[in-house]
Design a protein around this ligand. Structure first.
Ligand code: DC
Length: 224
């Protein structure tokens, strides 16, 4: 039996804070399941965009939700009704719409329920998102919030886009992240916030490896 069995690590933070890279590496080092909950919000956003759903029409949103199956697979693949949409959920169109979708209570209710179930059945997990410490895994064994200055987060997001051959202007990336921060923090249902008892790490001037080490050290210091 793995000594890491039972570890439930929550990592929250805004876009570009480094949480995906860090959460993925922490999961790899501790041999735990890794779940990127943002990818699930992105997958449902893709479906609503494809079907041209009016987001203010709750009835229509709920109908689409009823016939939607989002599954996460090995190697961080994500499936929307059986279709592999791993690449398509990272397009600028989805980036621009996802915060609006993540505001909707019907959407959050369904995805949070699914995420809670994944956490309950996993032997040990690293889950990243916006509301993991507060809503999805309030019983997490370890809780972190990664943050970084907005300009640095925009720079990172831009580099990531460049590596995929997407050459957007710095200004457009900066403004998109700023707007996403605003919507994610101001929404009524489970806003992005620092929950009590969470360890905050400012990653602005830290290399990824250093952040990973800090998380691992904290996990090793406080094993429940
Ligand atoms: O982490 P990301 O950029 O892939 O997240 C995409 C969007 O989904 C982001 O704008 C906020 C939302 N989200 C959320 O509301 N709750 C989560 N647990 C994860 C993501």
């Amino acid at each position: 039996m793995s000594i890491n069995r039972g570890l439930k690590i929550a990592i929250d933070g805004p876009a570009g804070s480094g949480k995906s890279t860090v959460a993925r590496e922490v999961a790899r080092r501790l041999k735990l399941t890794y779940l990127d909950t943002g990818a699930m919000y992105r997958a449902i956003t893709l479906k609503l965009l494809r079907e041209n759903v009016d987001l203010t029409d709750t009835g229509q949103v709920e109908k689409v939700l009823e016939r939607t199956v989002i599954l996460t697979g090995p190697d961080e693949r994500i499936y929307l009704d059986g279709e592999d949409v791993t690449a398509e959920i990272r397009t600028p169109q989805v980036n621009a719409a996802v915060s609006r979708v993540a505001e909707l209570t019907a959407i959050r209710r369904k995805l949070v329920q699914q995420q809670k179930e994944i956490a309950a059945y996993a032997e040990g997990i690293v889950m990243e998102g916006r509301d993991i410490s507060s809503r999805v895994m309030p019983d997490a064994t370890h809780k972190f919030y990664l943050d970084a200055a907005l300009t640095e987060r925009a720079r990172r997001r831009m580099r990531e886009q460049h590596s995929k051959g997407l050459f957007l202007s710095f200004e457009s990336v900066y403004n998109e992240i700023k707007e996403r921060d605003r919507i994610d923090s101001e929404r009524a249902d489970s806003p992005l916030e620092i929950a009590p008892g969470v360890q905050v790490i400012d990653t602005t001037d830290l290399p990824v490896e250093e952040v990973v080490e800090r998380v691992l050290q904290a996990v090793n210091r406080h094993r429940t």
